[in-house]
Design a protein around this ligand. Structure first.
Ligand SMILES: *[C@@H]1O[C@H](CO)[C@@H](O)[C@H](O)[C@H]1NC(C)=O
Ligand SMILES: *[C@@H]1O[C@H](CO)[C@@H](O)[C@H](O)[C@H]1NC(C)=O
Length: 596
């Protein structure tokens, strides 16, 4: 009898855990998505908050200091540009002026229709506030105005900044990552570029930095990535989340470090250095040693929960920040080199692959690897626009860590994204797509049969299809889905005005001086402006595979902060924001590197 009861108890316990486990899994995804409709504020806070005055719940026992000493010698990134020919200069200046003109069109649209709001809606001429309602586009664009020499506009934006309160926000749940990279990065970068001339920039950055710092006030000092800031302000209990995206935890380091460097207050650096230490501790213990999965558990400090590994969305800038933090710290902390090398070696083995393509170009894409139920790793041969930053990252790291072979890898990654742009009828790469991977990069000769096989992979197939039937079947799918040669599916046909591809083209141009990269950049620019322009600004589009795509009425702040900045810089003279003097955060905000 006793054993029977025990068995029942066990069964009930098992059932409970099963149901609970499924519930956890089901709630996992949705809880991480940015709230489309930000939840309403409780309205308990109506005044600016004095964040510095709020007593810490969990003060650190000892502060991690910024590294001291003379920065070590870091190899030069930029090519030694000689004197350019007159013909080249004229063409470059013409292109530069065209980028500036497009920028001014979008900027005027924002000023007229959405001034002090987060974003302009470029079709309807209204505005959107998805980033806290603190003039995201204005703050994000300050440094672009400066770089383009638009002094009057810069002064106008600076004057408006006074009216923005960075100690509170319109949304109940603050996205700490987005706020850090767009707002804090934007303010610090404008401060650095203008050489500290405008103290309001530092005042506002500190105001915001102190608000964000409270998100780190948890038992293990790891931050709350989606943060109930009112609870934070009212001294409520708080702890690190049980689920977070690895990029959201791993890409705060540059901005917080720079804030410590400028203010001399080490607490911001201390906050992010603790995160890097956690990443290092877990680097070799994940399913793919060297890499971390997309989702992690900061509360339990468990960084090996999830089975998806990628340099694409949700993980991307975690990796991007390792070489960049190395530079910002003047090479004085060896940890970031170790983190990067562990990651890049694993990525070269598992993530990067050569796609079958009709020109037999020797190119690379960075895909996604999943560990399945029986612990096999399988490559999803996809390309993501978000992953196109990889070429630039690998290029910079190849220089600063003296890994010359990786420069080849960087160039192939850049060419992979350019190939995806040039394959589409609009000349613009889609948000995501799939292709045929060549398991052996030396065996990648184009044939239509291989492409058809790739297209039919994962398709519901009739049992006994002859070769001819199979080809006809594949051709039908290709026609219906408007697949360019080499593509086996387009999982998201939109283009959201994203910067990652031009970012990497720009970086590789500055590293190599190869002017064919400027020509590629120009073709990308012409395609993008032609298909995204509206009478108000520029818009995300619904489908890059149709010649006249629908405009989606969205213009995120990164269009002027990043995409147009990189298009401008690839045609500017190479000493305009030199990569040897500045390090760009993941929102394209240049921060000043320490000089020897
Ligand atoms: C992880 O492995 C690499 C390569 O074997 C090694 O250099 C590194 O020190 C290891 N990291 C940790 C934290 O053990
Ligand atoms: C977009 O640009 C093209 C070419 O410059 C122009 O003909 C067209 O009118 C523009 N579309 C809008 C909506 O402004």
């Amino acid at each position: 009898m006793k054993t029977l009861i025990r068995r029942w108890i066990l069964l009930y316990a098992l059932a409970f855990f099963l149901v609970f486990g499924f519930y956890q899994l089901a709630s996992w995804d949705s809880s991480l998505r940015p709230a489309r409709k930000p939840s309403p504020l409780s309205g308990r806070i109506t005044q600016p908050v004095k964040w510095k005055k709020i007593p810490l719940r969990y003060p650190v026992s000892s502060m991690i200091a910024l590294p001291s000493g003379t920065p070590v010698a870091i190899p030069k990134i930029q090519h030694d540009f000689g004197i350019e020919t007159q013909g080249n200069e004229e063409e470059r200046e013409r292109r530069l002026a065209a980028v500036k003109q497009t920028f001014l069109h979008s900027w005027e649209g924002y000023k007229k229709h959405a001034w002090l709001q987060d974003e302009v809606t470029p079709v309807s001429g209204g505005y959107k506030n998805d980033f806290g309602g603190r003039a995201a586009t204005l703050v994000d664009t300050l440094d672009t105005l400066w770089i383009m020499g638009l002094d009057k506009e810069f002064a106008l934006a600076l004057a408006a900044l006074k009216k923005i309160d960075f100690t509170t926000t319109e949304v109940a749940t603050l996205n700490v990552f987005e706020t850090t990279i767009r707002y804090l990065g934007g303010l610090l970068s404008a401060y650095d570029l203008s050489e500290g001339k405008y103290s309001i920039l530092l005042r506002k950055a500190t105001e915001l930095g102190d608000m964000l710092y409270t998100a780190f006030d948890t038992p293990n000092r790891l931050p709350i990535t989606r943060w109930n800031w009112e609870n934070g302000a009212l001294s409520g209990e708080q702890e690190a989340p049980s689920q977070a995206l690895s990029a959201e935890l791993g890409s705060l380091s540059l901005e917080f470090t720079r804030l410590s460097q400028i203010t001399g207050d080490p607490k911001y650096f201390d906050a992010v250095q603790r995160i890097s230490n956690q990443f290092e501790k877990s680097q070799n213990d994940t399913s793919i040693p060297g890499l971390w999965p997309v989702r992690i558990n900061p509360q339990r400090e468990s960084f090996n929960l999830d089975r998806t590994f990628t340099f694409g969305g949700m993980s991307d800038s975690l990796y991007e920040y390792f070489p960049k933090q190395h530079m910002l710290l003047g090479g004085l902390v060896s940890q970031y080199r170790r983190l990067y090398i562990g990651a890049i070696e694993a990525a070269k083995k598992h993530l990067f692959f050569r796609p079958l393509n009709p020109g037999n170009q020797d190119i690379l894409l960075s895909g996604t690897v999943k560990k399945n139920a029986v612990n096999f790793l399988s490559l999803q041969p996809e390309g993501q626009h978000l992953a196109c930053f990889t070429g630039g990252m690998v290029g910079i790291a190849a220089k600063i860590f003296d890994r010359p072979d990786d420069l080849d890898v960087a160039r192939k990654l850049v060419d992979g994204c350019v190939w995806a742009y040039e394959s589409m009828p609009t000349g613009i790469m889609p948000e995501s797509f799939s292709v045929v991977p060549c398991p052996d990069p030396d065996d990648c000769a184009w044939s239509r049969e291989r492409w058809y096989d790739g297209v039919m992979d994962g398709q519901q197939r009739r049992w006994v299809e002859t070769a001819d039937e199979k080809a006809a079947h594949a051709q039908k799918i290709i026609e219906e889905d408007k697949l360019a040669p080499g593509f086996t599916g387009i999982t998201d046909r939109r283009f959201l005005l994203r910067p990652e591809a031009i970012e990497s083209v720009f970086i590789l141009y500055r590293i190599t001086g190869d002017t064919t990269l400027q020509d590629k950049a120009w073709r990308m620019f012409e395609a993008v402006t032609q298909h995204t322009n509206t009478s108000i600004a520029n818009s995300a589009i619904a489908d890059v595979t149709t010649p006249d795509p629908e405009r989606l009425d969205s213009c995120e702040s990164f269009w002027m902060a990043e995409t147009l900045k990189y298009f401008y810089l690839v045609f500017a003279e190479p000493d305009v924001v030199s990569l040897d003097e500045f390090v760009f955060n993941t929102e394209a905000h240049p921060l000043r590197r320490p000089q020897r």
